[in-house]
Design a protein around this ligand. Structure first.
Ligand SMILES: Cc1cc2nc3c(=O)[nH]c(=O)nc-3n(C[C@H](O)[C@H](O)[C@H](O)COP(=O)(O)O)c2cc1C
Length: 273
């Protein structure tokens, strides 16, 4: 079995869909994705950052507005502080690089000022969403590039737990919001990450029109069992995925402060009309 076919099998908990993936290196990279949370302290080669940026900037961008930016944080002290703000996540302190991906409407607004042209379109929810989507596409390109280079990454949504404190730490002007972080480093070979199974394709793919399931079995199929087996193999608490999902979103108390995000965004220069 090829490495890609093995990864495909792991991706679906040993029950892969009937597909033979093309024997192209990009599929090896895509299928082998796993978030890495244990890193060596080794520095990254100098070429890594501009390489990841070239990949990021090659992503599509809504109307080519390019309303995103990224802060590369290498300073140990700043990573320590950002780790605290993101729920004390050790991997932020451990890995040599944290990329903080920004929805950035401030560049557009400055350009409007310089060209003496109104840019009130930046005040709307859709423009914020567009900006966050562009930042996300860029980040995912950088993630794949890093993984293709043999590096490890993990996204940090915890960057939104205290968005105004993060903005202060990074010197963000109004109209700039840290959508998430991305830790980048050399994976610790002593603690390798494993491919985490996903839902069966039939649960996320609809043909022509959305088919609304009516039972939990229809929603998740055998995925709860795959998830339990994965958790057991990793020595993690054994729990159904469906249970984990509803617990994670039980209420505002489970959102690590992010239930206050809309008020923060208003104060940070996003009216979200
Ligand atoms: C936007 C985003 C934010 C995330 N935030 C965190 C985080 O703060 N800490 C963390 O350890 N993992 C974080 N993750 C990683 C997810 O937990 C992980 O992708 C998921 O469990 C699936 O595992 P896999 O990436 O290994 O396949 C985040 C992932 C995404 C896409």
């Amino acid at each position: 079995m090829s490495q890609t076919a093995l990864s495909l099998s792991s991706r679906y908990g040993g029950t892969p869909p009937a597909v033979t993936l093309p024997a192209l290196p990009i599929f090896d990279t895509l299928l082998a994705h796993a978030s890495v949370r244990h890193f060596l302290p080794d520095a990254l080669p100098e070429q890594t950052l501009p390489t990841l940026l070239a990949a990021a900037q090659s992503a599509a961008s809504s109307s080519n507005l390019q309303t995103w930016s990224v802060v590369a944080v290498q300073s140990q002290e700043r990573r320590d502080r950002l780790s605290q703000l993101a729920g004390n996540q050790a991997h932020i302190r451990q890995a040599p690089l944290l990329l903080v991906w920004l929805a950035d409407l401030s560049r557009t607004r400055r350009m409007g000022e310089q060209l003496q042209a109104p840019v009130a379109g930046t005040d709307y929810l859709d423009t914020f969403l567009m900006s966050a989507i562009d930042a996300t596409l860029a980040a995912q390109n950088a993630t794949l590039a890093a993984e293709a280079l043999g590096l490890g990454t993990v996204y940090i949504g915890g960057m939104r737990n205290q968005p105004e404190a993060v903005a202060q730490e990074l010197g963000l002007p109004p109209g700039v919001f840290a959508v998430f972080g991305l830790v980048v480093g050399h994976p610790d070979p002593a603690k390798p990450a494993a491919i985490k199974p996903r839902l069966p394709q039939s649960k996320v793919l609809h043909h022509e029109q959305y088919q609304t399931p009516t039972t939990l079995a229809e929603e998740v199929g055998d995925y709860d069992a795959h998830h339990r087996a994965f958790q057991a193999s990793q020595g993690m608490p054994i729990k159904d995925w469906s249970q984990q999902v509803v617990e994670r979103l039980h209420g505002p108390e489970c959102l690590s402060g992010r239930h206050l995000l809309v008020e923060s965004l208003h104060r940070m220069g996003f009216p979200l009309r």
